[in-house]
Ligand binder design. Structure first.
Ligand code: TIU
Length: 229
């Protein structure tokens, strides 16, 4: 099966208005759907959060993954985490994680918290990347900071990003801001992104689409699937 036809444009019913995009220049971004944020005993839960909202979006991301895979469009997964010696972890991030009760590098039921190579750092099995998909390891909240994501997207000639994952107000929103400043058109999939607290999720969605889509667009999974059909 061949990939999408160049030059064809489609549209998604979105907020603040219709999102138009070229499927051949569109990638799915799945942010940090790792055990550390979505499984019991991980970094997110140790910070005092309820992980249920993070788990509730799994079927929606799975549906989007299925569509992008079927259409042979690029899929990029990201993982937040640090080197075992913590040399890429800023002291302020380390100190605040410790004060928050989830010290980066401390032992948990899935290995050392937020450390590359540990089970907690892995993407949850339900959404495991397939061969041919990209996995970007990032030390920060944003997926562009100290990563090759910008170079990857430009090498694939990507213009539009369909953005999913956790948490909406932290890594997802930071990444959308970074992408927007770099000229990428972002659509946040509202029910395929989650924060641990609904108020944070709603605020992040509102901030994205306010002022005529100051950072990007938002739409439901169904609308994205329909727009890609
Ligand atoms: N704590 C929290 O809400 N999120 C993070 O620390 N990282 C991500 O959002 N991935």
């Amino acid at each position: 099966m061949s990939g999408p036809v160049q030059g064809v444009r489609k549209s998604i019913d979105a907020v603040p208005y219709t999102f138009t995009f070229e499927p051949a220049r569109t990638a799915l971004l799945v942010i940090d759907m790792q055990n550390d944020f979505c499984a019991p005993g991980g970094f997110g839960e140790r910070l005092g959060n309820d992980i249920a909202p993070a788990r509730a979006i799994i079927p929606h991301i799975d549906a989007l993954l299925g569509k992008f895979r079927m259409l042979r469009l690029p899929v990029v997964h990201t993982r937040e985490g640090h080197l075992p010696d913590l040399s890429d972890c800023p002291p302020n991030k380390l100190e605040r994680s410790r004060k928050g009760g989830a010290g980066i590098g401390s032992e948990g039921p899935m290995g050392r918290l937020l450390i590359r190579g540990e089970r907690g750092h892995a993407i949850i099995p339900e959404l495991a990347p397939l061969p041919g998909e990209w996995v970007i390891d990032k030390p920060g909240k944003g997926a562009f900071w100290r990563t090759d994501l910008d170079a990857l997207l430009r090498s694939l000639d990507i213009q539009s990003l369909i953005v999913t994952g956790v948490t909406t107000h932290v890594c997802v929103h930071t990444t959308i801001r970074e992408a927007n400043d770099r000229g990428f058109d972002c659509l946040l999939v509202e029910d395929a992104a989650a924060a641990y607290d609904l108020r944070d999720h709603e605020a992040a969605v509102r901030m994205t689409v306010q002022q005529g889509g100051i950072f990007g667009f938002a739409a439901s999974t169904n609308n994205v699937l329909h727009g890609l059909a």
